[in-house]
Design a protein around this ligand. Structure first.
Ligand code: ADP
Ligand code: MG
Length: 260
């Protein structure tokens, strides 16, 4: 069902810098015998960038899918702006997804739609009372934000990996979310393009005053982006600190990530 939410142009209503925007308490998630999250806790504050480190299969994607309500945890709370996501009905989830943007690892653009149609899609879905003029303006602004002004009529198949990532970012940002979850934003991109994406993430975060959780094993990306780094290990938040604090840790399990 499509619901008209609000057409208010943010970021005027952004949450105060430093206030908690996501609070995760005692989160448990398992698939059969595979216990992925076991008493995981994390708080993300306004305008903070938290990077989640962890080995492949550690549960990083599961964690952010729980935050956005794509997966339901077995128990625990995920408060987003004070509201518990696992307890939400489909309409409430739809509403909260206008506040939390999610950049999928594989971009998840529609191949059969032009770039413009891909960007219009979330607007039409969530903000049905926008005029065509407003939609056009928002699409132009979104494309300009990611430095790809003239690509509206192109098909995703005509774009490079870096351009696709930018378009996916533009589509995430078009609803002006207050929190953005990035699942490995630079994986599969060459180093130069990766650093461009890091800079873009930071630029747009400053412009729109968003908070974010970024999953990454790209240590350059981590260093560039993170205000705080956490390590997801054995289902818990094993370490939590600045990049420098974790880099200087004597703990073997933490050191591994900094010795790549
Ligand atoms: N929908 C699912 N059904 C069953 N098992 C899943 C599902 N999604 C993830 N898993 C399992 O959960 C664990 C964590 O996966 P994931 O969060 O994708 O790891 P990563 O840290 O690499 O992102 C893995 O063992 C994976 O096989
Ligand atoms: Mg993953």
């Amino acid at each position: 069902m499509t619901t008209a939410i609000n057409t208010k142009i943010k970021p005027e209503d952004n949450i105060a810098k430093g206030a908690p925007v996501i609070v995760i308490e005692h989160l448990f998630k398992r698939f059969g015998k595979n216990v992925v999250l076991k008493d995981f806790n994390l708080t993300v504050h306004g305008e903070e960038n938290v990077v989640v480190l962890g080995k492949s299969g550690a549960g990083k994607s599961v964690l952010i899918k729980c935050i956005i309500g794509l997966l339901k945890p077995d128990s625990g709370k995920i408060l987003v702006f004070g509201e518990n996501v696992p307890g939400m009905n489909p309409d409430e989830l739809d509403k909260v997804r206008t506040k939390i943007g999610f950049l999928f690892q594989a971009n998840a653009l529609y191949d059969s739609m032009t770039v413009r149609e891909n960007l219009e899609f979330p607007l039409r879905r969530h903000w049905i009372d926008l005029s065509q003029k407003q939609v056009d303006q928002m699409v132009s602004e979104a494309l300009e934000n990611v430095g790809l002004k003239n690509t509206g009529d192109m098909m995703p198949s005509e774009l490079s990996g870096g351009m696709l990532k930018r378009i996916a970012l533009a589509r995430t940002l078009i609803l002006k979310p207050e929190v953005i979850l990035y699942d490995e934003p630079t994986t599969g991109l060459d180093p130069v393009t990766s650093r461009e994406i890091d800079r873009l993430i930071l630029t747009l975060q400053k412009k729109y005053h968003t908070s974010s959780i970024v999953i990454s094993h790209d240590m350059n990306c981590v260093k560039n982006i993170a205000d705080r780094v956490i390590l997801l290990l054995d289902g818990v938040c094993y370490a939590d600190g600045t990049y420098e604090e974790l880099e200087q840790s004597g703990d073997e399990k933490i050191k591994q990530f900094f010795e790549q």
